[in-house]
Design a protein around this ligand. Structure first.
Ligand SMILES: Nc1ncnc2c1ncn2[C@@H]1O[C@H](COP(=O)(O)OP(=O)(O)OP(=O)(O)O)[C@@H](O)[C@H]1O
Length: 385
């Protein structure tokens, strides 16, 4: 375990170019284990490409075996990363020392020399976007029981962040590629680089907007108003993805079916939600439960944040401890780029379709082109963050 003094500049493309003393910040974080670069080099066989298991906005991820024999995922921040030291530190500050069965475990980090590396518990089954939403190529099948386990697990993980720890944590980037699966397909929420801590009594903050298009709550995307309800919205989109087996956006579908919320709302109005359930299940699912999950997805994505339930209520509805009050379901809210959520039109046929559409681009309300990967943009509501 080593620690070297060095200042890192923030992401070179950042307008603020603040300098962050990384050692000072890390040394102040309890439970942050520091790994030497040498140890991680040995663990990953010198970052051997054969051990590379993934690539994200942050950089490359390698499978490694630590000194004590533990398997780890070693995430190396690339020099060109769009995300910077701030996200690296946020991740460490937010999840060091936090343990929950539905959150990825951060073992520690390395901030030696120019290296910025995060070390996590290794999860065997990739992310939901690579498996469930990745089409047949993943070769994995998700039964209805497995899907319920995944949805309830993610909901419990968010409930823990929102309601059970102090300060509360708003994740800001709940999405299929940030839900990793262990060997038994238990879900673990990952990627806390954008998370915000909410001290007691603080219910909202105004902040720079960052997240992923397709999962972002409209009030947050357009006005930078961040509350826990922004995560609830993203969870609602994710819930619909898991039940329907399709991504939130699929440009290969006809315009009226392209966005998951539009499709779900129309089927709800037609009293036909069951047709939205993934055809890959070949009818082998609990119809009432699947429709209930889709209704909860609609509740979570209501236009007004106050009309979305809290995560503990979501968990109680999902597990059957509480009924879904259909009277409270109205048209979901969407970012303006997706166009209005229209009412029922007849005569459109639909077959469930896989495909991530991850590379698709959309024009934002700020006249910027944005991709579906995690992105950060500055809005007129930009504050100190
Ligand atoms: N703890 C882990 N165990 C096993 N594999 C992991 C782990 N963490 C990440 N991976 C793999 O690395 C890939 C990239 O992860 P990463 O979090 O860097 O990016 P992402 O979330 O897919 O994209 P972005 O950061 O741009 O939103 C994941 O999809 C997964 O396959």
């Amino acid at each position: 375990m080593t620690c070297f003094s060095r200042c890192f500049s923030r992401n070179a493309s950042s307008p603020t170019r603040q300098r962050v003393n990384i050692d000072e910040e890390i040394s102040g974080i309890e439970n942050a284990k520091l790994y030497s670069y040498k140890e991680l080099q040995i663990a990953t066989d010198k970052f051997n490409p054969a051990n590379k298991i993934g690539e994200g906005g942050f950089g490359s991820v390698y499978k490694g075996k630590l000194n004590d024999g533990t398997l780890a995922a070693v995430k190396v921040l690339s020099a060109e990363s769009q995300q910077g030291v701030r996200e690296f530190l946020t991740e460490i500050v937010v999840i060091s020392g936090i343990e929950h069965e539905n959150l990825v475990k951060l073992y520690g980090c390395c901030a030696e020399g120019d290296h910025r590396i995060l070390v996590y518990g290794y999860l065997e089954n990739n992310s939901l976007s690579q498996t469930l939403l990745g089409g047949r190529s993943s070769g994995m099948q998700f039964s209805w029981k497995t899907r319920t386990k995944i949805c309830v697990g993610v909901a419990r993980g968010i409930m823990f962040l929102h309601e059970e720890i102090q300060p509360h944590i708003v994740h800001r980037d709940i999405k299929a590629s940030n839900i990793l699966l262990d060997k038994n397909l238990n879900p673990k929420i990952s990627d806390f680089g954008l998370a915000k801590l909410f001290p007691e009594n603080q219910t909202h903050i105004s902040t720079r907007v960052a997240g992923t298009i397709g999962y972002m709550a409209p009030e947050y995307a357009s006005r930078g108003q961040l509350t826990r309800k922004a995560d609830i919205y993203s969870f609602g989109v994710l819930l619909m993805e898991v039940v329907s087996g399709r991504s939130n956006t699929n440009k290969r579908l006809p315009a009226e079916d392209r966005y998951i919320l539009k499709r779900a709302w129309r089927l709800y109005e037609e009293g036909n939600l069951v047709h939205f359930v993934d055809s890959a299940l070949e009818g082998d699912f609990d119809v009432d439960e699947a429709c209930k999950y889709l209704k909860i997805g609609l509740l979570c994505t209501q236009e007004k944040p106050n009309n979305r339930p809290s995560m503990s209520i979501v968990v109680r509805m999902m597990t059957g401890e509480m009924d879904v009050d259909e009277k409270t379901i109205s048209r979901p809210g969407l970012m303006p780029q997706f166009g209005p959520v229209e009412s029922s039109q007849s005569g459109t046929s639909y077959t469930s379709s896989h495909g991530s559409g991850k590379q698709d681009k959309l024009s934002s309300s700020h006249n910027t082109t944005m991709t579906y990967a995690t992105m950060t943009f500055t809005s007129i509501y930009d504050r100190s963050n």
